[in-house]
Design a protein around this ligand. Structure first.
Ligand code: BES
Ligand code: ZN
Length: 967
C-alpha cells in the first residue's frame, strides 16, 4: 500500500506539472499507470509498524489520503462561500468532446439563486474553468430585468472561487438568475468531469464520467460547492447518437443538437434537492443491463463496457435486494425513481454514492462468482451495501460540513454490515465486524499520531484527509457502541426520526444525538448522561481507553479503571486533554443470562463495582461481544479462570469475546501490561477452536512472535507448539474446498492452510505439491485445478518444497500470462541462491521480470526469513547498480521492508551504517526512521520476552513431537 500511495502521489504531481493554465498536454500513459491495482497490499505508510495489522480491506483504502492535486497549499485563506446568495435550481448543459487531442467540455450553466443577505458580490466555486466573460449575466427572476455586471474576479487558482460583481446590491428575499458559458477540461485526474479509457477488441475506447466528492464539482461547472448549499439540478448532456449517457435522474427526452449532425442532447428530469458533490453524469459506449423486475420497487440497472456484460449478474441480483432492505430498515422509501450503478475503468475511490447513479471501480461491481475469491465476492456486496446505505445517510441527510464527514462514512461503514448480512447471511458479517473494523482501527487509534473523529477542516487537502480509518472504521465502531447502549431497536427508530427530521437538509452530530435522545426518552431508556455528553467524549477525543478490571474475590466486587491505551508513550507529550470517556461497561459470567451493565463516568478514573454477580471461582468477561470501543485487562486470577474455562469448554464464551481476549491479551503483553505467559496460556485451548473469528484474531498476533523467534534457539519449540494447535484446525477443515463450504469455512481454510503448510504439516504440503503437479501438466486449467482462495498458498508451498521444475514452471507462467501470483510464489523459495538470483534479475531489464513488478519481488524476498538478510546485503552491495538500473525512488521503502524482520544489534549496526553511507537518499527519509524504530522495538522485544516465552514454550511442549515426526 505504501507503494501505491506514493506512486499515485508522484504521478498526480507529474500530471499537475503537465497541466498548466487549464491546458492539459501531458502524456496519455500517465493516466493509465495511475490506475494499476496494487497486487499485494502493503500496510499504510506511516503506521506500518510491526504491531499494525493490515486490514483485509486495506487495499481499497489507498485513495484515502490528501489528493495533493493542488499546486499550492492554501492554509489560512478564507475558502468558504459567504452564504449571502444561495442556489435553488441549476440548469446545466454540457457537451463533452471525448476525443484524443480535444478533451474539453463546452458548458453552460444557469443558476437561480436566493438573496438572503444584500450584497453586490456573487461568489461561487470554480476550478480550472475557462469562463466566457461576455456570457456572464445576472437578472431578476420575477421581472426579468438584467442587473449590470461590473466586475468579474477570478480567484480560481488560489481560492477556487469566482466573484461576479453587480452594479447595485441585490435585494433580500428576491431571486436572481445567473448564467454563464465556460469550457472545462476532461482531465486525467479522476476528479471533476474526467476521461477514462479501456480497450475493447484491440481498440482504445474513451468515456467521460464524474467524481465530485469532496470538492470537485467546481471543476465541472461553476457552483456553490458546499454540502449545505443544496439545490435542484436539471442536467442536459450531449453525446454522439450511437453512445449512451446517464445521470442521477431518469432521462426524459433526447433531441438532435442543432448544427452538429450525429450528436444529440439527453435531457434529464430535475433532481431532488441535493448537495453538489452528489451530482453525476456519464457519457460512454457502455450498456445498461436492467435487474430482474420485482427485486425492488425502483428500476435498477448495471452499466458496464459491453465486454463485461457477463459479469454483472451478481450486482444485478444483490443491488436491488439491498436497496429493499434499507427501505425497510430506515422505514423510508428510496426517493428516486431509479438506481443506476456503473463500473468505471479508471476510478480513484472504491465507489461513490452519487444519488441514483453510483459509480464503482470495476472490480467491486463486476464479479464472476465462479472464479472470484470469497473475499472478492464479499467486497462487492459490502461496497454496494455501503453506497446504498449512503442514499439515505449522506444523500437524503448530509453532514453540514466536512468536519462531520464521519457521520456519512462511519454510518455507511456500519450499515454496510447490516446491508450485506440481509442478502448474504452466510457471510456472517456481524462476526467479521470486530476483525475488519474494530481490531483493525485499534492499531491506528492507539498511536499518538491519531486524531479525533470530528476535527476542523478547511482546505480541500484537509477535507480529503478526512477519508481515513478514523472516519470510517472508528466512526462505525462508536456508532455500533451507541446502538448497543441505547438498544438496537430504539437506535433504529431514532435513526428514522433523524432522517425524517432532516430529510433533504443537513445535520451535524448534535442533530443525531438529539434524535436518539428523544427516541431513548420516549422509550424510557435510562442513561447516566445525555447521548450527546456520552458520544462527545468518543468523537472529540482521539484514542480509546484500556479498562482494567481488578476483582476482589472476597467481596465479589471489582475496581474498574480507565486509562488511555497507547502502544508507545512518548516522554515529552504536552497534550492537555484529559483522556477519559463515558464508558459503557458490559460484563457477564454466563452468556445465557442478560448482560450486566454499568458506566464509568468521564470524571471517574476508577470505580468500585460492589458485586459482579460471580462467585470467586467463576470468570468474568467485560465488553460483551466486543460491542464497545475499548480494550480490557484483568487480574491474574481472572485470566486463569478464563483460561480454564476455555480449555474445559470454550463455547461457553462467545466467539467475539474469544477473539477479543486473544487480541487484547497479546497487545497488552506487547506493551508489557501483562505477562506473555498469561497471553500464551489463553492459546492452550486453541487445539479445540474451530471458529474463524478467534483464529483470525490470534494468528495475526502470533505472526509477530513467529517472525521474532525465527532466528532464535526457541524456534523449534515454537514451531512444535504452533503445529500442535494449528494442525487440528487444519485437519478439521481439510485441504479440499467444496462448493457447499460456508463462506467463513473458506476464510478459515485460507488461514489454516497458510499456517499448516508453512509449519510443514505433511498433509498440507503433499496436497499442495500434488495440486501443483496437476497444474504443471495442464497449465491452462488453473481455474479448475486451483481454487482462487487457495491459490497463493498452493503456489508458495510448491515452490518452498519443490525444486527447479516447480520454479521454472512458475516463472514461465508469470512470463507468459502476467500472473504475478507465480512471481510472488517464486520469492518463497528456501534456497539462498534462488533468492539472490531473483534480486539480481531486478537489475537486468531483459530478465523477464517487469519493471512494474520489481517492488513486489524485493518486498517478498525481504519478507522471506531466508531472503531477509540477502535483501539487506543486496541493498548494501549493489547500491550503485540498483541506482543505475532503477533510479533512487525505491531505496526508502526497500530499506523499511528489510527492517521488519531485523531484531539483532548486529543487524541494526549494519542498517545504520547503510543509512550513513547514503545520507542524501536515506538520511532524512521517514521510511528509514520508521524502519530503524521497528528494529529497535524488535531488539527490545527480544531482550524482554525471549526468556519468558522460551520458558513457557519449554513447559508446554506437546506430547507428540511434530518436529521429530516431520523429519
Ligand atoms: N463517499 C465515498 C467515496 C469517496 C472516497 C469520495 C474518498 C471521495 C473521497 C464512498 O462512499 C466510499 O466510502 N467508498 C469506499 C468504499 C467503501 C465500501 C469503504 C471507498 O472508496 O473506499
Ligand atoms: Zn462512503
Amino acid at each position: 500500500m505504501a507503494i501505491s500511495r506514493s506512486l499515485l502521489f508522484v504521478l498526480l504531481v507529474a500530471v499537475c506539472a503537465a497541466y498548466d493554465n487549464g491546458q492539459y498536454d501531458g502524456p496519455d500513459e500517465v493516466e493509465l499507470r495511475l490506475l494499476e491495482p496494487a497486487v499485494v497490499p502493503d500496510p499504510v505508510d506511516g503506521v506500518s509498524r510491526w504491531w499494525y495489522t493490515p486490514s483485509q480491506k486495506a487495499h481499497i483504502y489507498r485513495h484515502k489520503y490528501p489528493k495533493n492535486i493542488e499546486a499550492q497549499p492554501r492554509q489560512g485563506e478564507d475558502l468558504r462561500l459567504p452564504g449571502d446568495i444561495l442556489p435553488r435550481l441549476y440548469t446545466i448543459r454540457l457537451l463533452p468532446f471525448i476525443e484524443v487531442g480535444n478533451w474539453t467540455t463546452d458548458g453552460y450553466v444557469e443558476i437561480v439563486v436566493d438573496c438572503v443577505i444584500s450584497t453586490v458580490n456573487i461568489s461561487m466555486n470554480s476550478l480550472d474553468l475557462t469562463i466566457d466573460l461576455a456570457s456572464v449575466t445576472v437578472a431578476d427572476v420575477q421581472t426579468g430585468n438584467p442587473i449590470d455586471v461590473v466586475n468579474f474576479i477570478d480567484e480560481q487558482s488560489t481560492r477556487e472561487l469566482i466573484t461576479i460583481q453587480v452594479s447595485q446590491p441585490l435585494t433580500v428575499g428576491r431571486q436572481y438568475r445567473i448564467t454563464m458559458k465556460f469550457i472545462s477540461i476532461l482531465n486525467a485526474l479522476l476528479a471533476g468531469f474526467y476521461r477514462s479509457s479501456y480497450v475493447e477488441n484491440g481498440e482504445t475506447k474513451y468515456l467521460a464520467v464524474t467524481q465530485f466528492e469532496a470538492t470537485d464539482a467546481r471543476r465541472s461547472f461553476p457552483c456553490f460547492d458546499e454540502p449545505t448549499m443544496k439545490a435542484n439540478f436539471t442536467v442536459t448532456v450531449g453525446r454522439p447518437e450511437t453512445w449512451t449517457s446517464t445521470s442521477n435522474m431518469p432521462l426524459i427526452t433526447t433531441e438532435p443538437i442543432v448544427g452538429m449532425p450525429g450528436y444529440v442532447w439527453d435531457n434529464y428530469q430535475t433532481s431532488v434537492i441535493m448537495s453538489s458533490y452528489l451530482v453525476a453524469f456519464m457519457v460512454s459506449e457502455f450498456i445498461g443491463i436492467p435487474a430482474e423486475p420485482g427485486l425492488s420497487n425502483v428500476e435498477f440497472r448495471i452499466w458496464a463496457r459491453a465486454d463485461a456484460r457477463n459479469l454483472t449478474d451478481y450486482s444485478r441480483d444483490i443491488g436491488p435486494r439491498i436497496l429493499e432492505f434499507f427501505e425497510s430498515f430506515y422505514n423510508i422509501d428510496y426517493p428516486l425513481p431509479k438506481q443506476d450503478m456503473a463500473a468505471i475503468p479508471d476510478f480513484a475511490a472504491g465507489a461513490m454514492e452519487n444519488w441514483g447513479l453510483i459509480t464503482y471501480r470495476e472490480q467491486y461491481l463486476l464479479v464472476d462468482p465462479n472464479t472470484a475469491t470469497a473475499r472478492a465476492i464479499q467486497l462487492a456486496a459490502v461496497v454496494s451495501a455501503h453506497e446504498l446505505a449512503h442514499q439515505w445517510f449522506g444523500n437524503l441527510v448530509t453532514m453540514d460540513w466536512w468536519n462531520a464527514l464521519w457521520l456519512n462514512e462511519g454510518f455507511a461503514s456500519y450499515m454496510e454490515y447490516l446491508g450485506t448480512d440481509a442478502v448474504e447471511p452466510d457471510f456472517k458479517m456481524n462476526d467479521q465486524f470486530i476483525l475488519e473494523n474494530l481490531q483493525y482501527v485499534f492499531g491506528i487509534d492507539a498511536l499518538e499520531t491519531s486524531r479525533p473523529i470530528n476535527i476542523e477542516v478547511n482546505t480541500p487537502a484537509e477535507i480529503n484527509s478526512m477519508f481515513d480509518a478514523i472516519s470510517y472504521e472508528k466512526g462505525s465502531c462508536v456508532i455500533r457502541m451507541c446502538a448497543d447502549f441505547i438498544g438496537f431497536e430504539t437506535f433504529q427508530r431514532g435513526l428514522t426520526r433523524y432522517l425524517n427530521d432532516n430529510a433533504y437538509g443537513n445535520a451535524g452530530q448534535d442533530n443525531l444525538w438529539a434524535a436518539l435522545q428523544t427516541q431513548a426518552d420516549s422509550e424510557n431508556v435510562l442513561l447516566p448522561a445525555t447521548v450527546k455528553e456520552i458520544m462527545d467524549t468518543w468523537t472529540f477525543k482521539m484514542g480509546f481507553p484500556l479498562i482494567t478490571v481488578t476483582r476482589n474475590y472476597q467481596t465479589g466486587g471489582a475496581i474498574v479503571t480507565q486509562n488511555r491505551f497507547l502502544l508507545r508513550k512518548s516522554n515529552d507529550t504536552t497534550d492537555p486533554i484529559v483522556y477519559q470517556w463515558w464508558v459503557p461497561l458490559t460484563y457477564t459470567s454466563d452468556y445465557t443470562q442478560a448482560t450486566k451493565r454499568d458506566w464509568l463516568s468521564v470524571n471517574e478514573v476508577s470505580k468500585t463495582l460492589t458485586s459482579l454477580g460471580a462467585a470467586a471461582n467463576q470468570w468474568v468477561i467485560f465488553n460483551v461481544d466486543q460491542q464497545n470501543y475499548y480494550r480490557v485487562a484483568y487480574d491474574a486470577t481472572n485470566y486463569e479462570l478464563i483460561r480454564d474455562q476455555l480449555i474445559a469448554d470454550h463455547q461457553r464464551v462467545s466467539d467475539n469475546n474469544r477473539a477479543q481476549l486473544l487480541d487484547d491479551a497479546f497487545t497488552l503483553a506487547l506493551i508489557e501490561s501483562i505477562a506473555y505467559s498469561e497471553a500464551l496460556d489463553l492459546t492452550l485451548y486453541l487445539k479445540n477452536e474451530r471458529d474463524y473469528v478467534p483464529w483470525h484474531a490470534v494468528l495475526s498476533e502470533l505472526n509477530y512472535i513467529d517472525i521474532m523467534l525465527y532466528n532464535l534457539v526457541e524456534f523449534p519449540n515454537w514451531k512444535n507448539y504452533m503445529t500442535s494447535i494449528v494442525e487440528p484446525y487444519y485437519t478439521a477443515i481439510g485441504f479440499q474446498e467444496t462448493q457447499a463450504d460456508p463462506h467463513l469455512i473458506k476464510y478459515s481454510r485460507i488461514d489454516a492452510m497458510n499456517w499448516a503448510c508453512r509449519l510443514g504439516v505433511a498433509d498440507c504440503v503433499q496436497n499442495a505439491l500434488s495440486t501443483y503437479a496437476t497444474l504443471m501438466s495442464q497449465p491452462d486449467n488453473l481455474a479448475q485445478i486451483v481454487s482462487p482462495n487457495e491459490k497463493s498458498t498452493i503456489l508458495r508451498t510448491a515452490i518452498e518444497n519443490g525444486g527447479q521444475a516447480e520454479y521454472d514452471f512458475a516463472f514461465n507462467q508469470y512470463k507468459t500470462k502476467g500472473d504475478t501470483s507465480f512471481l510472488v510464489a517464486m520469492c518463497a523459495s528456501k534456497q539462498a541462491s534462488v533468492l539472490s538470483g531473483l534480486l539480481e534479475m531486478l537489475l537486468d531489464p531483459t530478465s523477464g521480470i517487469l519493471r512494474s513488478d520489481v517492488n513486489l519481488v524485493f518486498n517478498n524476498v525481504a519478507n522471506n526469513p531466508i531472503g531477509n538478510e540477502i535483501a539487506l546485503d543486496f541493498l548494501i552491495n549493489r547500491w550503485d547498480d540498483i541506482q543505475n538500473a532503477l533510479g533512487s525512488s525505491f531505496f526508502g521503502t526497500w530499506y523499511r521492508y528489510v527492517c521488519t524482520r531485523q531484531n539483532t544489534q548486529a543487524g541494526l549496526d549494519k542498517l545504520i551504517q547503510l543509512r550513513d553511507a547514503h545520507p542524501v537518499i536515506l538520511g532524512n527519509s521517514n521510511s528509514v526512521k520508521q524502519g530503524l524504530e521497528t528494529v529497535e522495538s524488535n531488539i527490545k522485544w527480544v531482550s524482554l520476552n525471549q526468556g519468558e516465552i522460551g520458558t513457557w514454550l519449554a513447559g508446554h511442549q506437546p506430547a507428540k513431537n511434530f518436529e521429530a515426526i516431520r523429519q
